[in-house]
Design a protein around this ligand. Sequence first.
Ligand code: IPT
Length: 997
Amino acid sequence: MPLFADDFIPSTGALPPRARFASDAPSLSLNGEWRFHLVPDVASGTEGFWEPGFDDGTWKRFPVPSHWQLEGFGAPAYTNVVYPFPIDPPHPPEENPTGEYRHTFTVPADWDGHRLVLRFDGVDSAYTVWLNGVELGSATGSRLPAEFDATPAARVGAENVLAVRVHQWSAASYLEDQDMWWLSGIFRDVTLLARPAGAVGDVTVHADYEHTTGQGRLRIDVTAAVGVLQSEGDGARLAGRNSESVEARVVVPELGIDVAAGEDVVVGVEPWTAETPRLYEGQVVTPAELISLRIGFRRVVIEDGMLKVNGRRILFRGVNRHEFHPDRGRALTEQDMLDDVLLMKRHNINAVRTSHYPPHPRFLELCDEYGLYVIDECDIETHGFVFEGWRNNPSDDERWRDAYLDRMRRMVQRDKNHASVVMWSLGNESGTGANLIAMYEWAKAHDASRPVHYEGDWSTVCSDVYSRMYAGHAEVGEIGRREEKPLDDAVQDAARRGKPFILCEYGHAMGNGPGGLAEYQELFETYERCQGGFIWEWIDHGIRTRDDSGREFFGYGGDFGEPLHDGNFIADGLVFPDRTPSPGLIEYKKVIEPLRITVDGAVSDGRLPSSGSPDGGVKVTVSNLHDFADTSTFSYRWQLEQDGIEVASGELDVPVLAAGESADVGVPVSSTAGETWLTVTALLAAETAWAPAGHEVAWGQGCVVPRPEPRRMAHVPATVDESAIRIGTSRFHRHTGRLLRLGEVEVDGPRLDVWRAPTDNDTGQHSGEPAASWRKYGLHRMRHRTDEVDVDGDALVVRTRVAPAAWSFGLLVTYRWTGDDDTLHLDVEVTPDGPWPDIPLPRLGLGMALPAGLTQVTWYGGGPGEAYPDTRQAVRVGRYMSTVDALQTPYVYPQENGHRIDVRWAELTTGGDGVPGVRFLGEPVFGFTARRWTSEDLDVARHPHDLLARDRVYVNLDVVQHGIGSGSCGPGTLPGYVLTPGPARFAVAMRAVNPPR
Ligand code: IPT
């Protein structure tokens, strides 16, 4: 076994790192079918398997790139912070699954005379490479490329045997403790490059933009290829770098540029930004090869305490992106990467932090092309040392210096020519220390054009921005005002106070939520220092798997037999594992929309304003929140809906607005009767690279005629006989007063319900709150006692006490039923009783059961998606149709979901087989959920397929729910959304409806 897997040395025999560039010199992809064999530990390794003559006939055929755990060898394992092996650096555990790979391929005969370079784009975690039995070298740095000189060992025009031994664990594993699945193997491309005599070694593009003059300054440095990296010592490594210059010309036809490499040229250009990703095709031409480049001119600086691109403060509307696919793990296809980029662009996202390692290089090309700002993060995380109080943290241990610097060099060199990369990040959650400072200094010395980010050291000695994760709103406000609590060191404090602020992680998108995003956005828009943030995180890392009976589901930690794991903390993305947008993404899209449209037309008396806006009609204000782009790419539509039905619509003329400008326009709506809403949408006027014409980017909605007060008709009497209490055609239980039949529909009548299946945010992995208190105080098992059933005139009055076992506090609940014709009205009064603990209620409302066949749902209210008090930006008032099943949001870990807010009425029917349905009417509105299982079922389910349809449809009509917050990792529910127990009164009406004939 080579020493490196058990040592601090990052690699042996690797070529110096260099930029990724496309050359017309030939190359051969070695991706495809290989032979593979897995041994449980290094000692069981197959002696001599790297020899060309070794017989691998019994070995499995195996795809490269891939992870062996997802190809039937071993199993995936998930830990967030803890190392799944003893902390004893640099030693890996003895149980160290080791993959042995072999691949036979032919080097084309016309490659004779070329230098051959073998490139691995990503191998997890440590590997040794042999070609035709000759050892080329070894490398670590799972998400970083390594290149080896294959020339001496290769056989041109003949068969070659490539052998690779990959260890799951190595010394390098201590530096790769990211919150993700432990997945091993050759998971990115393997390529053999033919480098002609006189080939270029490295290309460095300097493409600056001066916004005051509109001039771009281009200089492309080109160096000749030189030899193999020395294995040890900083000095020796650097001496081996690509250094000699080479005779080359730089050509950018569109700009009329044709200059020698290394020469500065200044020309008028259109700059690159994420909003306007202008790239120029360029070439580096040498006698030996032609290199193609896509050049974006832009300048990133920190100035006046702000991060500026091309002279302007920008706002990050970002996400943290892990590379993930439910079947392929981190072995992504180009289509997967494009899917991510298109989904991000279509949801108004403008920035990505590549948490917590450099992505596949193709992803950055897509970010250049489609327009996304990138914080390119190095492949370093030593989070598990936090449990040791950061004792022996590699970040501050000199023996690891070379490994840290090696990783930084490899990232910066590979990615330096991307316009999209606006900041380097040293890594994540690696404590503090001299090695991080050395990385920072190296980056500053080798790339003056980009600021450096690191969150883990709040003194910001190795970060040009002040970055934090999960800071609450109040603290972000303080930081925004530059009034944060000072650091002990006055000099460091002054330096930090002058730096821009970003939330490199916020809005933990685990399960239902995150809540409170709109309030963060408001802070980012209020304080110039707060330059936005990056939601944690883009995608749920659920692995597609099956249970014993073949039912498919997305597995999380513990589903693969791991003795140590962090459960469903791996399912915390804005998109589900299959990239279906979750409600959180829809909410985020609305919160960060780059145009703000406000419809300000409310009138109280049903008459529409004739003036009050420039053109008469309803005033609509459109503000352009882009940092650069004007609004010439948008068209606008308006739509007027009365009681949820469209009554008029049209195009809206809005003047072209420069970034930061606003305009008021009028929509000349005609008078309507009934509740009327005006919706204005901003659509792409023409197709863009990332979405078709007509794609909706932003919208605003306002009520122009409010809803008339719901009116009750004359009452019908309540009557009592031996068997039942009746109001009209409805029947109640004689002793409990519960509704049994609503007209012809059998029901399990409504009663108070305060329980919801806790969300991940309720359960708060770190705090356990508030769900732990809810369970402690028994809110999940409330008992109902009927104290009095009384027919009082036209009304049935039922007095009850609702309380948990073991405690003396409870809720006194009075239900007062009256009826008119076919409609029942219910007034509910709730009064807390006894010594209530200081806890919020999960929800306050009514729960009831209906016949199982009522699966078709129509409602008028907030929609189309789910919403809660602090996650309601993305819903609009309208009339919607769905089914009970489609109302459910399939969170990877089951929890409260699917709640529709501000519902005026909702109807459940069978869809027309002659069976009557039910209509609920808000007095004035209610929150609505309907599902084929109970909240209790939802609470105990561990995966969606645990939820089995019962013989009822369970409906909740809520007055309000407790907010969602971001407590699974971050601040809980904001005070304004806490549902504090207190006296409450609410009303709702219901009636049976005849099926359509
Ligand atoms: C933070 C990590 O940086 C990120 O990788 C992820 O684990 C996230 O939390 C939670 O999902 S660290 C946390 C202890 C604040």
